[in-house]
Design a protein around this ligand. Structure first.
Ligand SMILES: [Fe+2]
Length: 370
């Protein structure tokens, strides 16, 4: 199936009610932006490099329509040794590796770096992932639990014959941040541009939808078009780490401002015959807004998988978590993979209402699609 026939398939799905009349009213689709053409891949494998949960060698692999879930240690990856003295590590952070293929062209994209280099480096080694094999990287937003692990690629990324592209959504990625937890609120720090350059990254600021390594795309700025609100537990400091003149005009002349997640990106794929995969890393603009944005950019309504942190914990409320589950039932993705900051209320409610759709990830789990 070509990208064109995938588009035709999804348009037909809309007309025949594949996502339902309610979804149509909740998620009216705009015409695809003619300036941006979303590529469709034949296959995609996502590997969890960093998340909070690990699990022993007791989980079975799962074979589902359009998805195989492979647990680390069940005969893969090659060289992975069960019950070795070393173990996969979990932490409060997120990193996913995306391996895609179109025909005989394969691409490898790293989405986020987790909280610490120690964990990312350990898990990449355990999973036999060579950093120099990565074609491009995306940082979803400027929070420590997503960028902190980037030094794990230091030097090894620089061995490549060119710097490793790193896409971010805006200048505010680099502003110093303060976490609004505790008193006094702890300073989260800044993402150091010089350290990124030294580690071998080529930073590219992409507030518009952006192709990544020919086969993935980012959403650019995610509009707030659903009932979801931005509720971000950090404040940012313009001028500290970031250049005021490159910020939105109302943020330039203040010393500190509540985050609105304007720069946050989701990373997406379109898989032939299956639909969209939306990696919503922390969903500070709302996971539904992220999905809506991916649909609008691509013109594709069918959602195969939504994976990532959905941040349905404070400052969002339990009622908001339940409302998100209700809207997911309307969107009807094939699979929902809640990670990282999603929160127990959403997971419990989604498991209760859509048990066949919810897959629990653990570090090392691979999701094989197409
Ligand atoms: Fe996060």
């Amino acid at each position: 199936m070509t990208a064109d026939t995938l588009g035709a398939f999804t348009r037909r799905s809309i007309l025949t009610g594949a996502i339902g009349a309610a979804a149509m009213s909740s998620f009216p689709l705009r015409a695809r932006d003619p300036r941006f053409r979303v590529p469709a891949v034949d296959a995609l494998t996502l590997t969890v490099l960093t998340d909070s949960g690990t699990f022993g060698p007791f989980l079975p692999d799962i074979d589902l329509p359009g998805l195989k879930v492979l647990r680390a240690g069940n005969g893969s990856p090659p060289g992975y040794t069960r019950m070795s003295p070393k173990a996969l590590m979990g932490e409060f952070g997120l990193s996913l590796l995306a391996d895609s293929r179109t025909g005989d062209e394969s691409r490898r994209v790293l989405v986020d770096f987790g909280y610490t280099a120690e964990v990312l480096e350990n898990n990449m080694t355990m999973l036999a992932i060579d950093p120099s094999s990565i074609d491009a990287s995306v940082l979803s937003h400027g929070h420590l639990d997503h960028y902190g692990g980037f030094p794990a690629l230091s030097g090894r990324a620089a061995k490549r014959d060119r710097p490793l592209p790193l896409y971010v959504g805006g200048e505010e990625t680099f502003c110093e941040r303060v976490a609004m937890i505790g008193s006094p609120p702890p300073v989260m720090g800044t993402l150091d541009r010089a350290a990124l350059a030294k580690a071998g990254f080529d930073v590219r600021i992409a507030p518009e939808p952006q192709l990544v390594a020919d086969q993935a795309f980012t959403t650019g700025i995610i509009p707030l078009e659903t009932t979801e609100r931005t509720a971000i537990p950090t404040r940012m400091r313009p001028g500290a780490g970031c250049d005021r003149k490159d910020l939105r005009s109302d943020k330039r002349d203040v010393t500190e401002v509540t985050d609105d997640g304007e720069h946050e990106l989701a990373t997406c794929y379109a898989i032939k015959g299956l639909g969209l995969v939306v990696i919503a890393s922390c969903s500070h603009r709302g996971v539904l807004n992220s999905v809506r944005r991916a649909q609008a950019i691509s013109g594709i309504s069918k959602v195969h998988m939504v994976i990532g942190g959905f941040h349905l914990v404070r400052p969002r409320t339990e009622e908001e978590a339940r409302q998100t589950v209700a809207t997911f039932k309307v969107i009807d993705p094939d699979y929902i993979v809640p990670m990282h900051c999603t929160g127990e209320v959403f997971i419990e409610e989604a498991l209760r209402q859509m048990p066949q759709k919810v897959i629990r990830p653990y570090v090392g789990t691979r999701f094989v699609m197409g």
